[in-house]
Design a protein around this ligand. Structure first.
Ligand code: NAP
Length: 296
């Protein structure tokens, strides 16, 4: 299938490469040129503008946040370039508000907006093992299935309203933030009483919390391995903010999200925006002055 792909960041690079590997004809666009060159070397065509990447009628995007989607998709002429019945599938994690606006703005032009956010970090994107949560126009979802198969291990459809996929992704990332913050605080507690984070987290992640999220992030915390980031504090802060905004809009209190937001904000203030969000463990340790205690 001919497909445009916009946004070749940590996630988009691997996804576009997997579309090429599956035999699709991929035209890519990215704001900065380096990732475009890497994809060209793998057989992609380079578009001069985001609009050009959309001109064949099916375009996928994997941009950072709401602001990037507005700048590239709405202000970049993508909707003007898509032919009637064209499809735009957005894989990024964006606000419920913008998902609703995009749904309406595409529909007004007889275009189909598909929300297709993903679970999985850049290594999973590179391996084609993402979990794709999607919602939107049924026939378009069917048309996109071979593309989702190329980037993901499984597709999780949630019906015809794109907002549903957006909110499921936001809620899932809120759960991840809560898991990281709880491991951060609990391992600060054990450290203060002489049990290392790695000993404690090994017990927990091999027993009661033997699930991928706890095991993956628990390992990063146990090894204090926060760079290079798979998912940076900067994007985690964005996503917890999206959960709080979606909660405000629907009158759903999310007290844990407030705690996670403050911890992520503290990390950002300390200049850690590009470290992995598992580095919330260092914030919990700092609040307890653990490093000073160790030095005594
Ligand atoms: P990233 O590495 O920061 O890449 C962001 C992409 O957006 C880059 O292509 C960047 O272009 C582009 N971009 C940002 N601002 C822009 C602007 N104003 N105009 C044009 N392009 C702009 O992020 P990522 O990790 O790939 O994540 C992408 C999305 O997937 C985010 O919504 C994130 O929350 C979500 N997500 C991430 C993960 C993860 O583990 N990383 C997992 C699931 C979902 P440049 O290359 O020019 O900077």
């Amino acid at each position: 299938m001919h497909v445009g792909f916009i946004g070749l960041g940590s996630m988009g690079q691997g996804m576009a490469a997997n579309l090429l590997a599956a035999g699709h004809d991929v035209t890519v666009w990215n704001r900065s040129p380096e990732p475009v060159k890497a994809l060209q070397a793998q057989g992609a065509r380079a578009a001069e503008t985001p609009a050009e990447a959309a001109s064949e009628g099916v375009v996928l995007s994997m941009l950072a946040d709401d602001a990037a989607v507005r700048a590239v998709i709405l202000d970049g002429g993508v909707l003007d370039a898509l032919p009637k019945n064209g499809i735009h599938a957005n894989h990024a994690t964006i606000s419920v508000r913008l998902a609703r606006e995009l749904t309406e703005r595409h529909a007004k032009r007889k275009l189909h907006y598909i929300a297709a956010p993903v679970f999985g970090r850049p290594d999973m994107a590179a391996a084609g093992k993402l979990n794709v949560v999607c919602a939107g126009h049924a026939a378009s979802l069917e048309r996109l299935q071979p593309l989702f198969d190329a980037v993901g291990q499984r597709t999780w459809p949630l019906g015809d309203d794109p907002v549903r996929a957006s909110v499921a992704k936001i809620a899932g990332n809120f759960m991840l933030a809560s898991a990281i913050e709880s491991m951060a605080e609990a391992s600060a507690l054990t450290r203060a009483h002489g049990v290392s984070a790695s000993d404690f987290l090994e017990i927990m992640t091999q027993t009661l919390f033997a699930a991928p999220a706890y095991q993956g992030y628990g390992k990063l915390i146990a090894e204090s391995r926060y760079e290079p980031a798979g998912f940076p504090v900067r994007l985690g802060f964005k996503d917890v903010g999206l959960a709080l905004q979606a909660g405000d809009d629907a009158r759903v209190p999310l007290p844990f999200a407030g705690v996670a937001r403050e911890a992520l904000l503290e990390a950002l203030a300390g200049g850690d925006g590009e470290r992995d969000w598992a580095s919330l463990a260092t914030i919990a340790a700092r609040r307890a002055h653990l490093d000073e205690r160790d030095a005594d």
